[in-house]
Design a protein around this ligand. Structure first.
Ligand code: FE2
Ligand code: FE2
Length: 227
């Protein structure tokens, strides 16, 4: 098997997910395929970061009881990474993603500051934002929905992320003070929105209004970090 080249982070390959093959998309328009090709590496960088984060969190003594659940999420993130690699291979090679990936990498590194509970609060907030993004991208009648395979993969990731939000949120409830972490989580959503601002044009070409998406991401869901 060819070596897997990371997008942003070298994830531990002791448990590699099985590679996924997605047939080259003939259903998307050329413009939609090119636009989606810009966004997938950004999501892939998030999956690499998430796999690393959940691996590390599952090793923390304070989270010993939840260690297994955290380990399961880490392996799901590896599967997401493999799924997104499959989609990337089915799309044209994007140009000019270097700056974007540098920004994404920096963004993910900053998420770790303040300790594991703050990190989990940010993860809950960001996975909820990923649900929002994937929900918009895969909406019925949307540009991506024309390709049922790619759309199905993205919907599957979205459903997993919704579960990750619930697990991360529960952990924050148990180990931290959720209300005190709202600002931390809200700041992470704003930083994500700033990074996504670099690809507003790609969202627009996929019939997702970037301004509406930006507003949605900057708004932390009310009930997310409430006891
Ligand atoms: Fe994921
Ligand atoms: Fe996740």
């Amino acid at each position: 098997m060819a070596a897997i080249v990371p997008l942003c982070f070298e994830i531990d390959s002791s448990l590699p997910a099985t590679p996924v093959r997605v047939a080259p998309s003939a259903r998307l328009t050329d413009d939609a395929a090119a636009a989606l090709a810009m966004l997938i590496p950004l999501l892939g960088c998030g999956e690499e970061a998430a796999a690393m984060a959940f691996d590390a969190l599952s090793d923390i003594a304070a989270f010993q009881i939840e260690s297994e659940a955290l380990g399961v999420i880490a392996s799901e993130e590896r599967v997401h990474d493999a799924l997104l690699r499959g989609i990337r291979a089915a799309l044209p090679v994007p140009v000019g993603t270097e700056r974007l990936l540098v920004s994404a990498r920096r963004f993910h590194i900053r998420l770790q500051s303040g300790g594991p509970t703050a990190h989990l609060a940010r993860i809950a907030a960001l996975d909820a934002a990923v649900c929002l993004i994937l929900g918009r991208l895969t909406q019925r009648q949307g540009a991506v929905a024309r390709d049922p395979v790619i759309c199905g993969v993205l919907r599957r990731i979205r459903n997993d992320e919704a579960r990750h939000v619930a697990v991360a949120r529960q952990l924050v409830m148990r180990h931290g003070t959720p209300a005190a972490l709202r600002d931390t989580a809200a700041a992470a959503r704003c930083a994500l929105a700033d990074t996504l601002g670099l690809v507003g044009d790609a969202f627009e070409r996929l019939a997702v209004d970037p301004a509406v998406l930006d507003r949605g991401i900057r708004q932390l869901p009310d009930g997310l970090l409430k006891a």
